[in-house]
Design a protein around this ligand. Structure first.
Ligand SMILES: Cc1ncc(COP(=O)(O)O)c(C=O)c1O
Length: 407
């Protein structure tokens, strides 16, 4: 039985795997992955933003191997060094005072939602509503899909969790209108990722900060995708000069290993007490050793300047594509979206056939999360593959129209 058949037989069918990679991704190094036939791909999706420092970064691999030989797990009944050192690192580089460790983005957001509800109880008696944005994405657990402002993720799992309301992203008034005596928090992604790569406007985030201060609400930023250097700053909120009360991280933080963090500041950091929240694997020594190595990489001198520079370069190259079906180039740093008038899935498939991995969201938006170590030559190579794919898709669409008209 080949692997694809085994996958069909033994794995619950929740994923649309990319067809055509023969038969699976076998190896990764830096910005490249190889399939089992030996074909090389330039990876501009990076495991959905996880392998931000390139595949198998030697510093991360070394830290993981060293820690795995020493202690792989101890549980949170005990103190472990990598976890505590990582907490200190996150706190010393951010606006947060304390952190909680989990294993994924959804788990980090669940922690933030629980914290916000408890905060609402303490400060207002029974405030439990959280306002999130339409088109947002916060994960797949029940509260996280409810926080996610996209009805398609709720469908089939109703009743969803009580107490979520949805404002229009980048429309401060629409958030202001939703605040009631029951509101405890506002939660947004500074750059919406899965919803289509939409950066927040500075006035919007500053306005949310003001609203939260005026109404005694927690401002929560989901930085699961846009954090850890992706936008050219260590945390995306730094681009806006707005500090949240709570922010969440996952994806790139572990350099390839699963980890999630909820970081909290001031009063928010003191809300949860022993026994109120926990995670067996949270703060696992190996994942934390990887994340400590990631912190050394991302905070090395010049690293974030490189990300910002490459982000500007990549977006400029996309703007210069001059292909008819390009509608808009969006993004911040190396979190980049290209909206097209055409079949995005077909473009992504053509790119893959020609050795470039990208992701299509919502049918028409191409999402790029290249490794932060990417250079101009690799960006040029990716843009060339993309140009050919876009031209190919444009040609196919024109042929289709001619066919419809019987020409
Ligand atoms: C902004 C954001 N939040 C949360 C999540 C959920 O993360 P995870 O899949 O690790 O639970 C994602 C995943 O794509 C995300 O992009």
């Amino acid at each position: 039985m080949d692997l694809q058949t085994k996958e069909k037989n033994f794995i619950i069918n929740t994923y649309n795997r990319q067809p055509g990679i023969t038969p699976f991704i076998q190896r990764g190094e830096g910005p490249y992955v190889w399939d089992a036939s030996g074909k090389r791909y330039l990876d501009f999706i990076c495991g959905l933003g996880v392998n931000s420092f390139g595949h198998c970064h030697p510093q991360v691999v070394e830290a993981v191997c060293r820690q795995a030989k020493q202690l792989m797990h101890a549980s949170n009944l005990y103190y472990t060094e990598p976890q505590i050192l990582l907490a200190e690192r996150i706190v010393s580089h951010s606006c947060a005072d304390k952190v909680f460790f989990g294993n994924s983005g959804a788990e980090a957001n669940e922690a933030a939602i629980k914290l916000a509800r408890k905060y609402g109880k303490i400060t207002k008696g029974n405030a439990y509503e959280i306002i999130t944005a339409k088109r947002s994405f916060h994960g797949r657990t029940l509260a996280a899909i409810t926080a996610t402002g996209q009805p398609k993720y709720h469908k089939g799992f109703e009743p969803i969790v009580e107490g979520f309301r949805y404002g229009e992203f980048n429309d401060l008034e629409s958030f202001a209108r939703l605040i009631t005596d029951e509101t405890c928090a506002i939660m947004v992604e500074p750059v919406q990722g899965e919803g289509g790569v939409y950066p927040a406007k500075e006035a919007f985030l500053k306005g949310l900060r003001r609203l939260c201060d005026e109404h005694g609400l927690l401002l929560i930023f989901d930085e699961v995708q846009c954090g850890m250097g992706r936008t050219g700053k260590l945390f995306a909120y730094e681009n806006y000069g707005v500090e949240p009360d709570v922010f969440t991280l996952a994806k790139a933080l572990g350099g390839g290993l699963p980890i999630g963090v909820m970081a909290a500041k001031g009063k928010a950091a003191e809300v949860l007490t022993p026994g109120e929240h926990a995670s067996t694997f949270g703060g696992n020594p190996v994942a934390c050793a990887a994340a400590n190595a990631v912190f050394e990489i991302v905070t090395a001198e010049g690293f974030l300047d490189h990300v910002a520079k490459m982000g500007d370069y990549f977006r400029q190259k996309l703007r210069e594509l001059a292909v008819g079906n390009v509608v808009e180039v969006r993004g911040l740093g190396l979190m980049v979206g290209l909206e097209i008038d055409g079949d995005g899935a077909q473009v992504a498939k053509m790119c893959q056939e020609n050795g470039l991995l990208i992701n299509c969201i919502g049918g028409k938006i191409l999402r790029f999360l290249p490794p932060l170590i990417v250079n101009e030559e690799q960006i040029d190579a990716a843009v060339e593959i993309l140009r050919n794919a876009l031209q190919g898709a444009e040609h196919t669409a024109a042929e289709g129209k001619r066919g419809e008209k019987g020409l």
